[in-house]
Design a protein around this ligand. Structure first.
Ligand code: GLC
Length: 532
């Protein structure tokens, strides 16, 4: 592989910002675009290459911006279009790309398109959304369920039909079989590309096309009580329909009208279906997000297997990617524990393919406890008490030990973790062995090391808590060994190819050590080694 020929989104590191919680600049307790601009230096020093912003468009905020009422503006909570232009300019001046969230599956019910659509059955925009007759007894047209609880159909008394909403009733689904809808969204993409945006992360990409006949979804035989109610059905007819690939290919063509832009898809599907979104001959998404690490049991054998499954499912020349956290899932440090969060960081930044970091994970942030009167997330409000709430992973960034962690001078919209006085960017920067400095070291090493950025991946046989693999580039090899358990592991030279030299330990205390006969891996330790 020619390293020089790979694109920024292949060799780069993506960083997701949840704008409400990154940095507030005006004291209203909610993060905003000027706040992000103020923190550009931090992002540059961290060493990431692109920032992806969760939605900043005008929105009634029923789903915190994933309910958009105007695709071509900025919500006043976050700033203005001028602020947005300034953000792109500041990011680009710092060599950072800017990726926006495109939410094409649904609009807000306050979007003018939907207001028109629901105004009468013969409105020209009526079929921009999914309207169906009630069943004979007045019931919803079929059994499809909303991901946020209850039926996915809402009856409109004015026009005596139901409309479909995969999420909240305030998020009606657009009709992606309608060419005018597609063109309208493609024009939205062009609008932002002309503003200099470098790519899109497409929200729920696998949801866009629904069964033309709206057949009932079958029951899920593996449904377990305590899981969200919509999982009682398999979303066979409401998601991942074959026709979706035409849409993805069309979107990619829009992306390719501009130079050097990226198309990323949010897709929660088993790996064999996920990789279909690369499209025929890679004409689909550049990066269908790989969320396998978000839900895997944290043990070496399970992870070795999922890497293997993913690597072997990838179409030829498709570029892999890995995600460790996002605004919908519990924080990695809470999923795997504080000690393993360091191992997870090394895993993410040494696997083959583009890594995506989620803000605050680099400071080892835990899920923040949210009391019932603090709940903001509509998912938790609709389906309370079973642990689906997403507020705990969306809390404000902890910058320093000052009031509200330096996030805001006002009342933060969600509480900060009560450990913020200790666990914050300023403190952790000063602590040479902190997780933040581990992230920085890993990022720096990755960027300086073609084996990590662009090399091949090969698993190394291991047992128990040990996960091991090699990355090779132009005849040079690295060995990565990760201890997923708390007990030390002694690795003999009979099982791994030594000698070598340690480049980095997750404890940040072994760089330069040479390894010949055997290797002592401490509990919860990961090492990157250059093999001689
Ligand atoms: C995606 C977003 C999530 C949102 C949902 C509906 O899964 O990541 O935050 O609630 O889509 O737009």
């Amino acid at each position: 592989m020619n390293h020089a020929a790979i694109s920024w989104w292949q060799e780069g590191i993506l960083y997701q910002i949840y704008p409400r919680s990154f940095q507030d600049s005006n004291g209203d307790g909610i993060g905003d675009l000027p706040g992000i601009i103020d923190r550009m230096l931090y992002l540059r020093d961290l060493g990431v290459d692109a920032i992806w912003l969760s939605p900043v468009f005008p929105s009634p905020m029923a789903d915190f911006g994933y309910d958009i009422s105007n695709y071509q503006g900025v919500d006043p909570i976050f700033g203005t279009l001028d602020d947005f232009d300034a953000l792109v300019a500041a990011a680009h001046a710092s060599n950072l790309k800017v990726i926006l969230d495109l939410v094409p599956n649904h609009t807000s019910d306050q979007h003018p398109w939907f207001i028109e659509s629901r105004s009468s059955r013969d409105n020209p925009k009526r079929d921009w959304y999914l309207w169906r007759e009630p069943r004979a007894d007045g019931a919803a047209p079929n059994n499809w369920m909303s991901e946020f609880g209850g039926s996915a159909w809402k009856y409109d008394a004015g026009t005596k039909q139901y409309y479909y909403h995969a999420f909240l009733a305030q998020q009606p689904d657009l009709n992606w079989r309608k060419p005018a809808v597609r063109q309208a969204i493609y024009d939205v993409m062009r609008f932002w590309f002309r503003k200099g945006v470098d790519g899109f992360r497409v929200d729920v990409l696998w949801h866009l096309i629904k069964d033309a006949e709206f057949r009932d979804n079958p029951p899920n035989p593996n449904f377990r009580p305590g899981r969200p109610p919509h999982e009682a059905l398999l979303p066979l007819y409401s998601t991942d329909r074959p026709e979706i690939l035409d849409v993805v290919t069309e979107m990619r063509r829009v992306v390719d009208e501009f130079s050097d832009r990226v198309l990323i898809g949010e897709i929660y599907l088993p790996v064999d279906r996920l990789v279909a979104y690369y499209g025929k001959d890679l004409t689909g998404a550049h990066l269908p997000f790989n969320f396998a690490l978000l839900s895997t049991p944290w043990n070496a054998r399970a992870i070795a297997k999922l890497i293997e499954d993913y690597e072997s499912a990838l179409p030829a020349a498709a570029w892999p990617n890995w995600v460790l956290g996002n605004h919908d899932r519990p924080r990695v440090a809470s999923r795997v524990g504080q000690a393993q969060a360091r191992v997870a960081a090394m895993l993410l930044l040494t696997l083959r393919g583009t890594p995506t970091l989620y803000y605050c994970d680099e400071i080892g942030m835990q899920q923040v406890a949210i009391s019932s009167d603090q709940v903001r997330d509509p998912f938790e409000k609709n389906v309370p008490g079973i642990g689906v709430g997403r507020d705990g992973c969306r809390t404000p960034m902890q910058w320093d030990a000052g009031v509200h962690g330096g996030f805001t001078t006002g009342e933060p919209w969600l509480p900060l973790a009560n450990n913020y006085v200790r666990e914050n960017v300023a403190n952790l920067s000063a602590d040479t062995r902190s997780i933040l400095n581990l992230y920085r070291a890993l990022i720096e090493l990755r960027k300086a090391t073609p084996e990590l950025m662009a090399g091949s991946y090969a698993p190394v046989a291991a047992t128990g808590d040990l996960l091991a693999y090699r990355r090779e580039y132009e005849g040079n090899a690295l060995l990565i060994v990760l201890n997923l358990g708390a007990d030390p592991i002694l690795i003999g030279s009979d099982t791994m190819a030594f000698p070598g030299e340690i480049l980095l330990s997750t404890n940040l205390d072994r760089s330069g050590e040479t390894v010949s006969g055997g290797l002592d891996l401490r509990g919860d330790e990961g090492l990157i080694m250059r093999l001689r």
